[in-house]
Design a protein around this ligand. Structure first.
Ligand code: H79
Length: 423
């Protein structure tokens, strides 16, 4: 395993919650960001979206405000997705926002808006590029069934594309100030695939670390040792993630609100606010981060369905955020009851119990007898009465969940806590 340096993940494992943004020409088709590949659309037929891309209602300040209010502390935006379209004014391509009716560097406005709201900045950069003239045929290419490799690859030279990536990444890591995360996507090595040899991953990661030594890089370059974070996609691990030797790793699950990453008009699989909140708790309770995605419309605003979910996060986080920030897995000595999750702040020594199903009247918490100094419902700060029963405590709850809190919790303070209330 090569030594390619390491980014700074200390803020990352504290902050826990970020916003993924998928925005590109595919928002105009409104039926998944892989539409060019899925429907095998030629460059010629895809051109109309470039010619007409006009986000006249582009409101990055609103995106940033919604993210901050939802409790998100960082964001990661697709500077370029697999379709190859660049949101910034890259000097290495004409296939960029500047040359569409938008007529300007949209990335810069997004970065400025999110920084103004106090969020850290992450760039997603697609390794795959279905538009670049040197990107060769492979098994997932839009033209995989329409053209023979020999025919498609005529005049193409992948090493020139690898250089293009290094040049573009250099632009991104030079012209936009401090960048906190770089999210490459993705490798599919093997027959008719692409991996570290094709991307020239080693050169790429060295360039990245040279330009921004603290930057967090994901693990998708097909180069062991090059990544800072493990990135399960639309999959929630059911326990903390570990490496080959069983040591915990820093991980971040990325998830969608509706199934698609890019704006999808007709998708009917939107998660409820309750599911979204439980997803966040699930990630943190297993020691991970959640990068929750939004896909703005082609006109540049977040549609109501996305806004509703973000507002749901905002309402919940307003009173529950201290059970998320600075928290991770609880010590194994505390078995968690059914339909519940624990998160734990090792600094304040506060244990947070998240109730996914309201258990009525009492809940029994094993192995906490003699260890709980105080307990309260975090939603409203009201005391939870409790009594000891053997090694367990029995905590008294109301027969229904109070207020409109969707996931309720009670912080349980261990004797060694620094204060009577969690901070
Ligand atoms: O940007 C979002 C997605 O568009 C992108 N990553 C997130 C963050 C992504 N989508 N799918 N994948 C990454 C994994 C690829 C899965 C598959 Fe396939 C592509 C399944 C079928 C086609 C690769 C090629 C695996 C089998 C064939």
């Amino acid at each position: 395993m090569g030594n390619y340096g390491k980014g700074d993940t200390s803020w990352f494992t504290h902050d826990r919650f970020g916003m993924f943004i998928h925005w590109g020409l595919y928002a105009m088709l409104g039926r998944h960001e892989w539409v060019k590949q899925r429907e095998e659309i030629t460059d010629k037929d895809y051109q109309v979206y470039f010619d007409l891309f006009n986000p006249d209602l582009f409101e990055p300040k609103e995106w940033a405000k919604a993210a901050r209010e939802a409790g998100m502390k960082y964001f990661v935006i697709t500077t370029k997705h697999h379709e190859g379209f660049c949101l910034w004014d890259s000097k290495y391509t004409d296939y960029k926002a500047t040359n569409t009716p938008a007529g300007r560097d949209l990335l810069r406005e997004v970065v400025d808006a999110f920084r103004a709201e106090g969020l850290r900045v992450g760039f997603y950069y697609s390794l795959i590029d279905w538009h670049h003239p040197d990107f060769t045929w492979d098994r997932i290419h839009p033209m995989r069934n329409k053209m023979k490799p020999e025919e498609f690859n005529k005049g193409r030279k992948l090493s020139r594309y690898a250089k293009y990536m290094r040049d573009q990444v250099t632009e991104l890591l030079t012209n936009y100030g401090k960048i906190d995360i770089l999210w490459f996507d993705f490798s599919y090595p093997g027959e008719n695939g692409k991996g570290h040899d094709e991307w020239e991953s080693e050169k790429l990661i060295k360039q990245v670390r040279k330009l921004q030594p603290d930057i967090i890089v994901d693990n998708r370059l097909d180069l062991p040792g090059s990544g800072d974070i493990v990135t399960p996609e639309q999959y929630t691990p059911d326990k903390g993630m570990v490496d080959d030797k069983g040591n915990p790793v820093v991980w971040e699950g990325c998830q969608t609100l509706s199934g698609s990453w890019g704006y999808h008009r007709d998708e009917a699989t939107w998660k409820s606010v309750k599911m979204c909140i439980e997803m966040l708790v699930n990630h943190v309770s297993r020691g991970g981060n959640l990068l929750m995605n939004v896909g703005p419309t082609s006109r540049g605003y977040l549609d109501q369905r996305a806004k509703d979910r973000l507002a749901g996060y905002a309402a919940w986080m307003k009173v529950h955020s201290r059970s998320i920030y600075g928290c991770g897995q609880a010590p194994a000595e505390f078995p968690v009851p059914a339909d519940c999750r624990y998160t734990y702040n090792a600094t304040t020594k506060c244990l947070y119990l998240h109730l996914f199903a309201w258990p009525f009247k009492h809940i029994h918490l094993d192995n906490l007898a003699g260890k709980v100094k105080y307990a309260q419902l975090l939603a409203d700060g009201s005391e939870i009465k409790r009594r000891e029963a053997g090694t367990a405590i029995h905590a008294a709850l109301n027969s229904t969940s109070p207020g409109n809190a969707l996931t309720l919790e009670l912080p349980v303070l261990l004797p060694s806590a620094c204060g009577d209330v969690p901070v």
